[in-house]
Ligand binder design. Sequence first.
Ligand code: RP5
Length: 170
Amino acid sequence: MSEFVTVDGARVGVLMGSTSDWPVMEQCSKTLASLGVTHECNVISAHRAAKRLETYCVSAPGRGVQVLICAAGGAAHLAGVAAAMTHIPVLGCPMKAWSTEGLDSLLSMAQMPKGIPVGTLAVGSAGAVNAALLAVSMLSLADEALRERYLAFRAEQSTATFELPGAPGH
Ligand code: RP5
């Protein structure tokens, strides 16, 4: 296997600090796939594989990647370091790691010093799914077909009804 996986036509690059982030970030990938967004997923830690991360971030826009989604836990440098190495938007997904229920990761990603922004989402699966949806929203500004799919998803979500077994009126 080469340094990292590339997918022809990928418009979103999903990066993780560890394979342990995948069970959560798989939901991000599935959300992108459900809306027809070609993407690629890689584990490239900011502190364990800094040079590889630089190669990825510098080369990704030239291959057509328009948004990076970066998931990491603990000190969670990944999104900030990636954002430092590319001009394309970087969305951060804080992972619950080994302590503090993900608050460490959330603050690491959200408290970026001014000059290099990271758009930080919620901790865990809500953030993973929302990162995908936010990337779709960004891409849909210049992609009418994607915009239609995104609006259809939102409309379907809005009209969903719910059964509450045992509740009055159900
Ligand atoms: C971060 O540290 C990863 O993003 C992961 O969330 C966390 C724990 O990594 P592992 O010790 O499971 O490899 O780098």
